[in-house]
Ligand binder design. Structure first.
Ligand code: HEC
Ligand code: HEC
Ligand code: HEC
Ligand code: HEC
Length: 309
């Protein structure tokens, strides 16, 4: 199968973006492993789109029928189907720009090359406010990739506000509206609002109280969970950063069809945390049961990837 040339181009193209992201994101980042993720079918399918080789994903015979982000609910451009894309959003056919920019990105965001300003981390009502009798994990302030999701999904910022608008001279520090569209509507979904106590906990330690085993680098080992009712994960060290995930894709390799745990600093240690993008992949428009899931939730596979129930 003639995929090597496309693969090489795509891979190196992605590496450039990666390295830029790595320079900017030092903590709370789940991206250190992106070099390792290019083997997934999803990568190929998305990269094929990014590099204009539309059929590459099909040629590769991707394991899941990935639908690309273009034309999906995360396409806020003219061809999109979202509430934003259907309200007179005809100024650009670009897709990525509503979330990413190749230059001048928000380095305070733990999402790569992020093109939006972030909401205040402290403005949310958390799951912990319900005082569930059985919760064990420590909650950090809302952060990591979740804050990037909430920059649209908490309804506090117009969705077309971006730091670097399409075209020449589009940069505005802090962001500016592109074409005067509104903030997300519809609570509690898709607009979660700032009261996220009715949502699955995020910015929460994985494993019901974290992972207790020690590794030589001072972080938790892969299998030692405080609470045995969670599935053991995988740990790796990439560019000196510890990364953890639950293997639901290719064994031993962190890829986009794994349940990604996000590395955050909790006190003195770096630990794995559950964030929005642990369960969701914002690019995968395949409905399973809604768009943007990392894996199908048939038979509750998403839930059972973590919870041993
Ligand atoms: C609605 C917002 C949104 C849009 C639109 C979007 N992304 Fe992303 N992207 C994100 C978020 C959030 C992350 C971090 C998620 C994660 O940890 O996997 C991310 C991560 C990435 C990554 C690194 C992780 C991975 O999945 O490979 C790449 C590369 C990327 N995006 C490329 C693109 C490209 C290319 C486009 C346009 C075709 C695009 N994105 C459109 C939100 C978006
Ligand atoms: C990425 C791993 C992960 C996935 C996937 C996941 N969970 Fe969780 N879940 C957690 C963690 C960690 C907690 C916090 C538990 C603790 O610290 O006691 C939690 C908490 C919960 C709680 C609250 C427990 C309590 O004691 O108050 C419920 C209920 C729950 N999850 C159900 C689900 C369901 C249903 C799904 C699938 C839709 C799901 N989870 C998917 C990791 C996950
Ligand atoms: C630039 C704004 C923006 C960002 C950033 C963003 N979203 Fe969305 N998202 C939307 C819009 C718009 C919709 C469509 C809402 C509607 O149904 O009208 C949507 C819909 C969704 C849906 C529902 C899909 C369906 O099939 O109904 C999910 C799930 C979702 N987003 C998850 C995420 C996650 C997780 C992140 C972060 C990784 C994220 N989004 C970041 C704008 C955004
Ligand atoms: C533990 C896993 C998990 C986490 C963490 C998680 N989600 Fe979801 N989310 C799901 C599942 C599963 C569904 C599909 C539920 C359904 O069938 O309606 C979903 C559905 C959604 C939907 C579409 C709901 C609908 O019915 O239209 C949106 C929007 C969404 N999530 C956004 C987010 C955002 C934003 C975050 C972070 C603040 C987040 N999710 C965190 C598992 C998760």
């Amino acid at each position: 199968m003639n995929w090597h040339s496309g693969c090489t181009i795509g891979y190196q193209g992605q590496r450039v973006g990666l390295n830029q992201a790595q320079q900017h994101i030092h903590q709370e980042s789940g991206y250190q492993a992106m070099n390792a993720t290019f083997t997934s079918g999803f990568s190929f399918s998305k990269l094929s789109m990014a590099f204009g080789v539309a059929a590459l994903g099909l040629l590769l015979g991707t394991s899941v029928a990935d639908a690309g982000i273009k034309g999906s609910k995360h396409d806020l451009g003219a061809s999109g189907t979202s509430q934003h894309g259907t309200t007179g959003n005809t100024n650009t056919t670009e897709v990525c720009v509503f979330c990413h920019t190749p230059h001048g990105a928000n380095t305070g965001a733990a999402a790569p090359l992020w093109n939006k300003s972030l909401p205040a981390a402290g403005s949310y009502t958390r799951y912990s406010s319900l005082n569930s009798s059985t919760i064990d994990g420590a909650e950090l302030a809302v952060g990591s990739v979740s804050l990037a999701c909430l920059s649209c999904h908490d309804g506090s910022q117009a969705m077309d506000v971006m730091i670097n608008k399409p075209g020449s001279g589009g940069y505005t520090a802090g962001g500016a509206a592109f074409q005067a569209n509104a903030a997300m509507t519809g609570t509690p979904l898709p607009n979660l609002g700032v009261d996220i106590s009715n949502d699955h906990p995020i910015s929460i330690q994985y494993g019901g109280g974290g992972w207790v085993g020690g590794d030589t680098d001072g972080t938790a080992a892969a299998g030692d969970l405080a609470d045995g009712s969670f599935k053991a994960g995988v740990k790796d060290t990439i560019n000196t950063n510890p990364v953890w995930w639950i293997d639901t894709g290719n064994a031993g390799v962190r890829d986009k069809t794994d349940i990604i745990l996000y590395t955050r600093t909790n006190g003195a240690t770096k630990e794995p945390f559950v964030e929005c993008a642990s369960c969701h992949d914002p690019h995968n428009a395949t409905a399973q049961p809604v768009s943007f899931m990392r894996i199908s939730n048939a038979a509750s596979a998403v839930c059972l990837a973590c919870h041993d129930k």
